[in-house]
Design a protein around this ligand. Structure first.
Ligand code: NAP
Length: 257
């Protein structure tokens, strides 16, 4: 198949819903074979795989909880065993927990940091080790958040995880550059996905947020996957160490209500 990602294999974590699902389908539509990673929801992940195939690419499903090191190693191994290569990693899986700082529990802190930061850290390590051994180039794309930079009261563990992801990305751009492996973050603002179900059902809160967004609306998962496609493609060969905001201008105009 032709396309901007023809012949490439991409792992997309948490691709059974939302932004990850859109990225998997978008990559497949450009000729990639995608490894659809999921934790709980096999039905929606199968839907991702079917849509990826309908879009013209190929897909395999692998269950991996990114907080579990053995799972992350197996995820990369499955790409090599079943598909013979692995060129692109998208660290998309993420969760958030809402609580004032003084009420955050150790369990919630661990849950958020383990998925959003530790998971991405060790999956990236497994991905890089195979490329380094084979002396092959690669692409890493992290789905961080505007909150890798912007304050978000009552989401301190989420901000810590995404801020950590920003510094990790900057550090790895230096460390992995000599291996011809690039790494960049995409920082979405408010995107209409299941993670925002509560917000989208709370009209006063949603209206207040929309006033902060210069473009006046939430974004769609496809508006994020378009940037992911650019970063995975040959057009971004010289791009590393950067964050791309996909936020309708939110970061320039945010006020807590
Ligand atoms: P979503 O639909 O809730 O997607 C999150 C995905 O992560 C789910 O498919 C979930 O799978 C997966 N996941 C969670 N824990 C996992 C684990 N331990 N191992 C493997 N997969 C796991 O929400 P989304 O908006 O698409 O979120 C995707 C990313 O975008 C997240 O990193 C989020 O922080 C980031 N982001 C989103 C927004 C937004 O406004 N939507 C804004 C900024 C950043 P299961 O359902 O199987 O648990």
């Amino acid at each position: 198949m032709s396309g901007r990602l023809a012949g490439k294999v991409a792992i997309v974590t948490g691709s059974g819903s939302g932004i990850g699902q859109s990225i998997a389908i978008r990559f497949a539509s450009e000729g990639a074979t995608v490894v659809v990673d999921y934790r709980n929801n096999i039905e929606t992940s199968q839907e991702t795989a079917s849509k990826a195939e309908a879009a013209g690419g190929k897909a395999i499903l692998v269950r991996a909880d990114v907080t579990n090191l053995a799972d992350t190693q197996n995820l990369v191994n499955q790409a090599y065993q079943q598909l013979g290569r692995c060129d692109i990693l998208v660290n998309n899986a993420g969760i958030e927990k809402n609580a004032p700082f003084w009420d955050v529990t150790e369990a919630d802190y661990d849950a958020v940091l383990n998925v959003n930061l530790k998971g991405a850290f060790f999956l990236t390590q497994a991905f890089v080790r195979r490329l380094r051994d084979a002396k092959l180039p690669g692409r890493i794309i992290n789905i961080s958040s505007v909150h890798e930079d912007l304050a978000f009261p009552n989401f301190s563990s989420y901000c810590a995880s995404k801020g950590g992801m920003r510094t990790l990305m900057r550090n790895l751009s230096v460390e992995l550059g000599p291996l011809n492996i690039t790494i960049n973050n995409i920082a979405p603002g408010a995107i209409a996905t299941p993670i925002n179900t509560k917000l989208m059902e709370d009209k006063p809160k949603l209206d207040a947020l929309l006033k902060n967004i210069p473009l006046g609306r939430m974004g769609t998962p496809d508006e994020v996957s378009g940037v992911a496609l650019f970063l995975a493609s040959d057009d971004a060969a010289y791009v590393t160490g950067s964050t791309y905001y996909v936020d309708g201008g939110l970061i320039r105009n945010y006020h807590e209500q």
